[in-house]
Design a binder for this molecule. Structure first.
Ligand code: HEM
Length: 196
């Protein structure tokens, strides 16, 4: 089976759980809630990206250009947080440690896939808070017109590298544990409704 179709099917329920923990469309999106959302994402994206940058990620994945946690720092600064307050925000320590290429790709499936949802979130943020990529919504707006081509390049690499049953298993179970880390972290860090 196509590894992307397989992982999408196997993680669908987890994606839904994560979406429910970030109920952007249900409550009026407020600035304090949005700031907390950015802080929550920084707390997990930054350590995940630093794990990845210490791994032998193949050059054709163009990891540096895919990393986005610096944009969370930028957004938080633009929304008034001082650098030492950003530095002091909690970071997630309970994260998967991929060791093989299929496991690296499984982790990246989750971080790269989240750029697709980012397009939807950036539209909501613009609509409700009038913030765009220059004024506090750089993270969710990242890659802009490149989102789909970058996602397709990532999927092509996965299809080339994750071919047999064993690598598919490693790929999918790494994506599952990454989703689970997100779920636990968001559950702990973000209120379920917008603070006024
Ligand atoms: C409220 C928050 C979120 C919303 C509304 C949302 C929404 C979406 C949407 C609309 C897509 C595109 C589906 C498609 O084109 O078929 C998508 C894809 C995806 N999202 Fe999210 N998302 C959210 C949060 C997240 C988070 C936090 C993660 C990572 C932990 C994530 C991981 C993914 C993945 C991996 C895909 C790719 C699925 C695939 O095509 O294989 N999403 N999301």
């Amino acid at each position: 089976m196509d590894p992307i179709a397989l992982v999408r099917q196997q993680t669908r329920a987890q994606h839904l759980r994560v979406e429910r923990l970030v109920p952007l469309a249900l409550t009026p999106l407020t600035l304090p809630y949005y700031r907390q959302l950015l802080a929550t994402f920084l707390g997990i994206f930054q350590p995940l990206e630093s794990i990845l940058s210490n791994l032998p990620v193949p050059a054709d994945l163009q990891l540096a250009g895919r990393q986005r946690s610096h944009l969370l720092v930028l957004d938080l600064q633009r929304l008034g947080l001082a650098p030492d307050a950003i530095h002091a925000l909690p970071r997630c320590a309970d994260l998967p440690r991929p060791a093989t290429l299929p496991q690296i790709l499984g982790l990246m499936y989750v971080t790269e896939g989240s750029t697709l949802g980012g397009q939807y979130i950036s539209r909501l943020v613009l609509q409700h808070l009038a913030l765009d990529e220059t004024s506090g919504c750089a993270f969710f707006s990242s890659h802009r017109a490149e989102v789909l081509p970058m996602w397709q390049r990532f999927c092509a690499i996965v299809r080339a590298e994750v071919a047999d049953d064993l690598t598919q298993q490693e790929f999918v179970s790494s994506a599952l544990s990454t989703f689970l880390a997100f779920e636990h972290w968001i559950e702990r860090s973000l209120p379920l409704s917008s603070p006024e």
